[in-house]
Ligand binder design. Sequence first.
Ligand SMILES: *[C@@H]1O[C@H](CO)[C@@H](O)[C@H](O)[C@H]1NC(C)=O
Length: 454
Amino acid sequence: MRALLISIFLIFCCLGFEVNSIVCDPPVGTPVNEPWGESFGINPGRVVWVLDREATTWDGVNGYFFDSDNLDQSRVDNMLDKAITSLTGNDDVVESWDMLFRDFNKRKHGKENGYVPGQTIAMKINLNGDYGLYIDNNGNEVTPQFLKSLMTHLTKYAGVAQTDLYVYDASRLIMPHFRKMFEQYFPDINLVDNEGAEGSIQRVQPDPTSYLQFSNTAVPAQKLTKLPTFVNQADYMIEIDDFRGHDMASFTLSGKNWFGSIYRPDVNCNFKPNTVNHWCPMSLHQFVNTTSNNFGSYSVLVDLIGHPKLTSNTLFIISDALYAGPSEFDHSSNQDIPSPPVTFEMEPFNNHWSSSILIAQDPIALDSVGFDILRTEPHIPLARMGCADNYLHESALANDPPSGTVYNPSGQGQLSSLGVHEHWNNAYERKYTKNIDPVNGKGIELVEIHLSDD
Ligand SMILES: *[C@@H]1O[C@H](CO)[C@@H](O)[C@H](O)[C@H]1NC(C)=O
């Protein structure tokens, strides 16, 4: 009897994880090796994951994780070379960049053009760890070493002038360690943030001619969202993600990242006294809360990913997972401070920093792999909260989603599938359909590259 009561208690307490009052149906982690949606790109479904444990050597205590002693620039450079060339399957970095532009232009404009000088590229970085201050801290996020490698690629291998590049987070601040790296090596790249109050940083402005609508009438200010001017006008986007858990959305990758790109007239985030700040997604949060939205729910992330100026204008999505973290807040501390990075226990990290870069052309494939890693990792408990992959189901099947929503973020027509979604067979073999059957597989192909042999 007692055993029966305990097992009933276990079923009710733990099946749905944490405070979750809903039971996800089908369970999180479905479908396994049964792809939903359709991929695209040079090698459809390909996600490249480059791991180099020797790139990250912070002791976890002294200084900052992004200090030059703790993050090996030449190893990061090499990781990015491998990521780009493995994505295209061409060993030459310059040719790989050209292939990415041509593939994008063929899909988007029907013409296989390469990059034309003067075209602009906007890059969204996720600076949620800024904490509203221009002060460096150990909050886990994108690293200056990673950005330096990527800017080198763009200016040297892709042939883009610094003045045609924009790096931004519209709702956050570009902290000094980023600004100093840009000022030293790329002084003419445009840096844009929420306040534009330090050094050469510009303040973000909404483009009144931009248009983004949410595909559910319950969303406040449903048709009034604006995008930054340079985003609305960009020829290409590159999305640069963090890799971590999230208090409400369970995890943050390429979907959630867009929350730092939108002007919402209905809200004033008011991070600082006596300021008006419309660059925040507060009134959208209930639509990404994974403990209150079951599978088959409308997701605002699908409208952002599918908008023709956001992920659908993106050359590729890349995750800086060199130092990843559990959350944007430090739950182990009573202070309101950003969470420092954590080590990853699971194989193949083996109790080291996550030390990784992930890249894909297909955002849904990238987020599917990222989520499989995060939900497996014991040190990222938030990723096991709620029905976290609802937006991946909805995005993969955006033309006919489980929620029945007619997703139409531009107002110009219903979206088609935004990419392919499936889960790996298990956390040890990490195989997706194209790993299992390279010829007939229609889903994800995970290319795992380990650069250090420690
Ligand atoms: C998410 O929804 C749950 C269930 O309705 C609620 O208890 C929780 O406070 C919400 N989370 C946040 C961060 O608002």
